[in-house]
Write a protein that binds this ligand. Structure first.
Ligand code: ADP
Ligand code: MG
Length: 252
């Protein structure tokens, strides 16, 4: 296949096969298979400690898999030949804690990575950062310091900062879990808009109503394995596995 036809084929955005991860003798991922196609929004749900964060961290090699393969945008992450920094530029990640740089303004936080990594000139990065701030509804906070923002505003800046690298895929790990309840909605709205724009996303979330509304597919995992997956209607409305039923009876 030539490079040209390869990019036109509907390649999966993410293809995880037999992914295993152990920490010492503790095997936390026991052979995970997961395919996410371009533009798809997938939520990963499951009890605490089941390995959800570890999966996301293996997708951008914040953790090195113990076994299996992870292919992102057609590039095999698990190959030693792969330049992991190039792969990471295609994947934006948003965590529970925002980790903004406190000594920089909001605008500087968003401009930093594209300028530092030589992706954009300072002038271009500034124009793009302002557009992103508009997109997350925080234009008036461009020159503010993170400390002066609410939790919801900080998380929206963190999303804008991830988007500044123009990633093809966004990963969210419990992006609203650290927020006061009244700020959850504004962050979910930004994620909802991103989904509508066609962004490929994997969301680890405790917001079951949101997962049901926004996601194309829901993956339920427990104890390091995918127990069940399907459309939100299937998984929430008619779960097949006892483990899924038990979990949902506690959280819905
Ligand atoms: P979840 O996100 O579903 O709550 P995690 O992926 O964070 O679960 O963790 C799954 C398991 O892996 C847990 O038992 C956790 O203690 C363990 N774990 C995660 N990261 C590490 C690490 N860096 N070192 C040792 N154990 C870890
Ligand atoms: Mg987690």
């Amino acid at each position: 296949m030539t490079e040209n036809t390869a990019t036109q084929t509907r390649t999966p955005a993410i293809e995880v096969v037999g992914l295993r991860k152990s920490f010492g003798s503790n095997e936390v991922l026991k052979g995970i298979d997961l395919v996410v196609t371009e533009g798809e929004v997938v939520s990963v749900i499951g009890p605490s400690g089941s390995g959800k964060s570890t999966i996301l961290r293996c997708l951008n090699r914040l953790e090195e898999p113990s076994g299996g393969t992870v292919v992102v945008s057609g590039i095999e992450l698990t190959s030693t030949k792969t330049d992991i920094n190039v792969v990471r530029q295609n994947i934006g990640m948003v965590f529970q804690h925002f980790n903004l740089f406190p000594n920089m303004t909001v605008l500087e936080n968003i401009m930093l990575a594209p300028v530092d990594l030589g992706k954009k000139s300072k002038a271009d990065a500034r124009v793009d950062a302002l557009a992103l701030l508009d997109r997350v509804g925080l234009t008036e906070k461009a020159d503010a310091r993170p400390a002066s923002l609410s939790g919801g505003q900080k998380q929206r800046v963190a999303i804008a900062r991830a988007l500044a690298m123009e990633p093809k895929i966004m990963l969210f790990d419990e992006a609203t879990s650290a927020l006061d309840p009244e700020m959850v909605g504004e962050v979910l709205q930004v994620i909802r808009d991103l989904a509508a724009s066609g962004m490929t996303m994997v969301l680890v979330t405790h917001e079951m109503g949101f997962a049901r509304e926004v996601c194309d597919r829901v993956v339920f995992m427990a104890e390091g394995v995918v127990v069940e997956e399907g459309t939100p209607e299937q998984v929430f409305g008619d779960p097949q596995q006892a483990r899924t039923q038990e979990f949902l009876s506690k959280v819905l």
